[in-house]
Design a protein around this ligand. Structure first.
Ligand SMILES: CC(=O)N[C@H]1[C@@H](OP(=O)(O)OP(=O)(O)OC[C@H]2O[C@@H](n3ccc(=O)[nH]c3=O)[C@H](O)[C@@H]2O)O[C@H](CO)[C@@H](O)[C@@H]1O[C@H](C)C(=O)N[C@@H](C)C(=O)N[C@H](CCC(=O)O)C(=O)O
Ligand SMILES: Nc1ncnc2c1ncn2[C@@H]1O[C@H](COP(=O)(O)OP(=O)(O)OP(=O)(O)O)[C@@H](O)[C@H]1O
Ligand SMILES: N[C@H](CCC[C@H](N)C(=O)O)C(=O)O
Ligand SMILES: [Mg+2]
Length: 506
């Protein structure tokens, strides 16, 4: 059984015929400013699809002009018309060869219209936001649902995973048109439960506004994307759209209780009238009483009401306990029994490249790949491995080009403070000069050595490991490329670590 937003649209999609809808059905009743405009002939236009990029417009499409960081989509209405667009939707009336309808929030229109056009989604959907842990929580929630017998999927930074798919993805939160096309396909494949990541960009750009959510979650807040959001408060406000705008009133809001920003998230969710469920040491829904850290697992004592569970979570890293609790909170808030959820935690598999053990040297030094590419994450991951490292913590990392420059010295300082050996290298320099990025990290990393070529840096780091050491190669996680200039060359931290370990043995 799947949510059926527009049964006529849905039927046509299922029959595999060319799908089209009247513009007035596409808009629905959520845009009062469109009502008068849709009563005219424009409302009866047959729309064959939606696009916010004029370059992808196909005949009969509605072109939705959105404002980006570089351009105003309204400037491309003529281009869209030239490619056969039937109508354009923009924030203001524009003179053009096709009808142009004005809405206050074109990005919101794009999402709502995409949801109506594709017509359905898995019945139970949840979204998770926060600076770190989204991919892990979305993955763990999918795994818990699957253990409980549901056909479950996840959508996030690492791509789409479902009973029949394992696809590499580009964005953390896909654009609304591809998102709703995907949700309809998943529903058709019988997926009943889906978890997704809500990035701050995605929330700010209304990419999830058409998704019907059964529950939502918040993990934590740290420094990230300061190139996009003007202040940390604005960044938090973008995240809180999940609670104050998107989650239906009264639905469960699962909030990690032990972050400095948790009280603000609880307040936002409570103000919006949600059923707030906190998890963590200070949590009242799932209360973490005790954790024991081992090399490859952690034993957590979790209290749920009057019941006490002792759970072996087969993952390293304190933060994974937090992620596991948030995921269990989401699964239980969507119908999984506590006992089944706790049993599923014992079977969790980490998301690719999240403190993932790739191998070890012959005398037992461990080599991990991790996706920490922001200060808090780097701090967390280095702290997480310290308790089981009897030798040195060695870290290899860099910072992405064309991204927040302010984080570079901050991450340099953290690395030198928390690791014993630091190698600064390249991580997707994009259009920037790689040496200049490294130099900005090095200003606060006097202890570090610098090796630009990432494969060489990894080989050097693996080569110096001795018994009891732990290596963290941070920043790229699951990524499969290195972007230098406009070119992405195949590159995998996993493969390079494995290769270097092999070379040691031969
Ligand atoms: C920084 C950012 O979020 N950019 C988003 C923004 O694009 P933009 O600002 O570059 O757009 P623009 O060039 O100013 O153009 C404005 C509009 O005109 C359109 N256009 C442009 C040229 C043309 O000839 N015709 C035309 O119609 C563009 O398609 C766009 O819709 O608006 C586009 C349309 O909605 C988004 O696809 C695009 O996301 C791009 C793909 C992106 O890379 N975003 C990243 C930063 C992102 O969203 N990351 C998050 C977070 C990841 C994390 O957690 O770390 C994610 O969810 O993945
Ligand atoms: N709960 C957490 N608290 C702090 N750090 C975490 C937490 N979970 C994960 N991390 C760190 O952040 C990295 C990324 O984790 P994950 O991919 O789950 O987060 P994300 O929010 O999806 O990140 P992104 O926004 O980059 O996609 C991990 O490799 C780890 O270093
Ligand atoms: N979604 C994030 C991932 C960053 C990963 C890191 N490897 C980098 O390239 O900075 C971004 O595009 O900002
Ligand atoms: Mg992610």
């Amino acid at each position: 059984m799947n949510v059926d937003a527009d049964s006529r649209g849905a039927d046509r999609l299922q029959e595999g015929k060319v799908h089209s809808m009247k513009l007035r059905d596409l808009a629905g009743d959520q845009f009062p400013e469109l009502e008068a405009q849709l009563e005219g002939p424009a409302g009866l236009l047959d729309i064959s699809g939606l696009s916010s990029d004029s370059r992808n417009v196909e005949p009969g499409n509605a072109f939705v002009a959105v404002t980006g960081t570089k351009a105003d989509g309204a400037g491309f209405i003529a281009d869209a018309a030239g490619r056969g667009a039937a109508v354009a939707i923009a924030s203001q009336p524009v003179d053009a060869a096709i009808p142009v309808l004005a809405v206050k929030e074109p990005r919101r229109f794009l999402s709502i219209a995409a949801a109506r056009f594709y017509g359905r989604q898995p019945e139970t959907m949840v979204a998770v936001t926060g600076t770190a842990g989204k991919t892990s929580v979305a993955s763990f929630t999918r795994q818990i649902w699957a253990h409980a017998g549901h056909a479950a999927a996840m959508i996030g930074t690492t791509g789409v995973v479902s009973p029949t798919r394992n696809e590499y993805g580009a964005l953390t939160t896909p654009d609304p048109v591809s998102l709703h096309k995907l949700l309809a396909e998943l529903a058709d494949e019988g997926v009943t439960h889906a978890s997704m990541e809500a990035s701050s960009h995605g929330l700010d750009q209304s990419r999830l506004d058409g998704v019907k959510l059964s529950a939502a979650a918040f993990t934590n807040l740290g420094r990230d994307h300061m190139d996009y959001h003007p202040t940390v408060e604005a960044y938090m406000a973008a995240k809180m759209r999940l609670f104050d705008t998107l989650l239906p009133k009264g639905a469960p809001a699962v909030i990690f209780a032990d972050d400095p920003w948790s009280p603000q998230a609880v307040q936002a969710a409570a103000d919006a009238g949600h059923d707030v469920r906190t998890v963590g040491r200070k949590g009242d829904y799932l209360t973490l009483k005790r954790v024991e850290h081992f090399r490859h697992k952690q034993t957590a004592e979790i209290h749920i009401g009057d019941e006490i569970f002792e759970v072996d979570i087969p993952l390293a890293g304190d933060f994974q306990v937090a992620n596991a609790l948030v995921a269990a909170g989401l699964a239980m808030s969507t119908g999984v029994e506590p006992k089944a959820a706790m049993a599923a935690l014992e079977k969790l598999v980490g998301a690719s490249g999240r403190l993932e053990l790739v191998g070890h040297t012959k005398d037992g030094a461990l080599a991990y790949v991790d996706y920490a590419h922001k200060p808090d994450a780097l701090e967390n991951v280095l702290n997480s491995v310290r308790p089981f490292t009897t030798g040195r913590v060695v870290v290899v990392f860099g910072c992405g080009g064309d991204r927040d420059r302010g984080k570079r010295p901050i991450m340099g300082e953290i690395a030198c403070r928390l690791a014993d050996v630091v190698i600064v290298t390249d991580d997707n320099p994009r259009s920037e000069e790689p040496a200049a990025i490294r130099a900005e990290i090095m200003t606060a990393a006097a202890c570090a050595s610098e090796i630009g070529d990432r494969a060489t840096a990894i080989r050097e780091a693996v080569g110096m490991l001795t018994s009891g050491d732990t290596l963290i190669v941070a920043g790229k996680g699951h990524e499969e490329g290195q972007t230098i200039g406009g070119v992405t060359l195949p590159f995998s931290d996993h493969a390079e670590v494995r290769k270097a370990l092999e070379e040691l043995k031969s």
